[in-house]
Design a protein around this ligand. Sequence first.
Ligand SMILES: C[S@@+](CC[C@H](N)C(=O)[O-])C[C@H]1O[C@@H](n2cnc3c(N)ncnc32)[C@H](O)[C@@H]1O
Length: 247
Amino acid sequence: MKGFVSLVGGGPGDPELLTCKGRRRLEECEVVVYDALVAPALLDLCPATAERLYVGKRQGRHALPQPEIDALLVQLGRQGRRVVRLKGGDPFVFGRGYEEVLALREAGVDHEVVPGVTAGVAVPAYAGIPVTHRGTARAVTFATGHPAATGEGTDFVALARVPGTLVVFMGLTNLAEITASLVAGGRSPGEPAAVIAEGTTARQRTVVGTLTDLAERVHAAALPSPALLVVGDVVSLAERELAVAAE
Ligand SMILES: C[S@@+](CC[C@H](N)C(=O)[O-])C[C@H]1O[C@@H](n2cnc3c(N)ncnc32)[C@H](O)[C@@H]1O
């Protein structure tokens, strides 16, 4: 029996945003290795006999370091098992999915990726914000607000000069620094911006403001993670939420 590892994107929170292909992989797996941001209802799709291994990663709290997750996937694949590596959103958007691909490739374990619906598009959409809109935003940039382990964070002063919508993942902790850097880089202090927490779930909350006052508003509202920052004129298009979570 040859093992096979499917990297499956579980979507951003609403379990109904799982793809049909991702659902089939979960229904047929023998073991599922899953993260903190995965909707719990997705695990119910696995056979009752499937082994469930939590390797949850939340900022600052790594249940298993990435190299150990890579090694675990290789080990399970070599045991000849049908493995689903279930990740939040899309595996290749700030998900470290390609590190897992490299480990599996190097070890000679067969694998595939099943893309998922990324929070970067779906979370703003649920909040009523289109990431592009004819006449308003011709481009969208995805960036991480998480400082790199090397100490080299994203250069938001430089990113400020890129026109269009800016979507920042993992930007809650450094929100005040990020918005200040964008203004320092040339974005208007009055530019609309929003933070959406626990997007696409029944607990979704949105705080809207400008680059000048957003950090203060978000702090006052005590928004929890996971949360996404959206900057640009598209934010002012949002009048009401456009979708309802399945939960
Ligand atoms: C490690 S990244 C994973 C992103 C994921 N691979 C994707 O494509 O959506 C985690 C970050 O994604 C964002 N995120 C994920 N799910 C979210 C949600 N339901 N609501 C708001 N932001 C979310 C947050 O910025 C969070 O800190």
